[in-house]
Design a protein around this ligand. Structure first.
Ligand code: SF4
Ligand code: SF4
Ligand code: SF4
Length: 250
């Protein structure tokens, strides 16, 4: 069987999602029996190898700079399937918080010569190019990347997860923080992370994005928003919605 040509690319970000792939170690090595990784900047000696044609391109990070935007469009042209890798690519990442603030005020408070500083809005990948699928999370879950790779290799249809974080939280018996006066977005967020934040006693702020295409998802969102509005200050709810960019999806 012909090996799939894969590219893994990084735009502006912390590169944590690429590290989650590297952390797969032996499992990643084993995968290379079935795929050809022709572009993976973290592993390249040459920082800017020539862009080849790909079957699948995975892109992490945000297309913030002009160079990022140009590179993203070129990747799209040369790839049959483009997959957004992680919260930055899919939802704008933590740095999109500034999209919701007064940019001039922020610039003035940070830079002396603030007028000379470019401060563009932070776009999601799908606001610049067509995105075929998303692997969510901040960072992504390495095993989920592996699972999706195997589905791609076997030509299976990719499906988004439809169970919310609450499902994974409750099946592990964690105490419900929403009932203890915390803003937790778990009821409307795509599961798959093993409710890792709840395991550490931190509420879910939605890095994996909202559940979609499942029965009752719209109703769950309306119910949660209603509950939060009645029980928490508006500023607190808005701040948490802005953190990973879920605000744009609600
Ligand atoms: S999604 Fe999170 S871990 Fe991945 S690149 Fe962005 S900030 Fe880093
Ligand atoms: S703590 Fe959050 S994720 Fe867990 S059950 Fe409560 S609302 Fe759901
Ligand atoms: S619990 Fe929520 S914020 Fe934490 S990793 Fe999972 S989806 Fe992201």
């Amino acid at each position: 069987m012909k090996k799939l040509k894969i590219g893994i690319f990084s735009l502006t970000c912390c590169e944590g999602c690429e590290f989650a792939i590297l952390d797969l170690g032996e499992q990643l090595f084993k995968l290379t029996e079935k795929i050809d990784i022709v572009n993976f900047r973290l592993l390249e000696e040459n920082k800017y190898p020539e862009l080849e044609k790909h079957d699948i391109a995975f892109v992490e990070g945000s297309p913030i700079t002009k160079e990022n935007g140009k590179m993203l469009k070129e990747i799209r042209e040369k790839s049959k399937i483009l997959i957004a890798l992680g919260n930055c690519a899919a939802m704008g990442g933590i740095h999109q918080i500034k999209n919701w603030g007064d940019k001039e005020k922020i610039n003035k408070s940070v830079y002396k010569y603030w007028k000379q500083v470019e401060n563009p809005a932070i776009p999601r990948l799908d606001e610049v190019v067509k995105v075929d699928f998303t692997i969510p999370g901040c960072p992504i879950v390495g095993e989920e990347f592996l699972e999706i790779m195997l589905q791609l290799i076997n030509g299976r249809l990719l499906r988004e997860k439809t169970n919310p974080v609450c499902h994974e939280c409750q099946t592990q018996g964690f105490p419900c923080l929403l009932q203890q006066d915390c803003v937790c977005l778990g009821p409307i967020i795509c599961g798959g992370c093993g409710a890792i934040c709840l395991k550490g006693g931190q509420a879910c702020w939605g890095c994996r994005g909202r559940i979609k295409n499942s029965k009752g998802s719209e109703e769950a969102i309306a119910n949660l928003i209603n509950h939060l509005t009645k029980n928490f200050p508006k500023e607190k709810i808005e701040w948490i919605k802005e953190f990973f960019g879920i605000k744009k999806e609600l």
